[in-house]
Unconditional design. Structure first.
Length: 121
């Protein structure tokens, strides 16, 4: 189901305590965050295991796995501390807003990128 009008769906790699994890493409857990009216309306975490899957099989299959995950969750944006240029390119082609350099509180990072989607520059 697509996000409700006025909502923004953000995906972000998370570590214990809702902190931004080190890398997008090698994330262990990803939170799918629905932001509505500038507040977190829903927070769901999935154990994705991309840290292990990253080096299994061809690189393109890993990107396809991540694209499928984002499409299934109707993501509009990704916040992360780091990702490689090929991943940034793929997400841009998918029309997602990508916010790199996120660190610390994952809730704050999700709210910040959601604000960029809701009111693009």
């Amino acid at each position: 189901m697509a996000a409700e009008p006025g909502s923004v769906v953000v995906c972000i790699p998370v570590a214990t305590g809702r902190q931004v994890d080190h890398s997008w493409g090698k994330a262990t857990t990803v939170a799918t965050v629905t932001v509505r009216d500038g507040a977190i309306a829903d927070w769901t975490e999935d154990a994705v295991g991309w840290d292990v899957l990253h080096d299994e099989g061809p690189h393109g299959s890993h990107h396809a796995r991540i694209a499928r995950f984002l499409l299934e969750r109707h993501a509009q944006a990704v916040a992360a501390s780091h990702m490689g240029p090929p991943m940034v390119n793929m997400l841009a082609k998918m029309g997602l807003v990508v916010d790199l350099g996120a660190n610390g509180d994952a809730e704050a990072a999700a709210l910040a990128v959601a604000a960029k989607v809701a009111a693009p520059a």
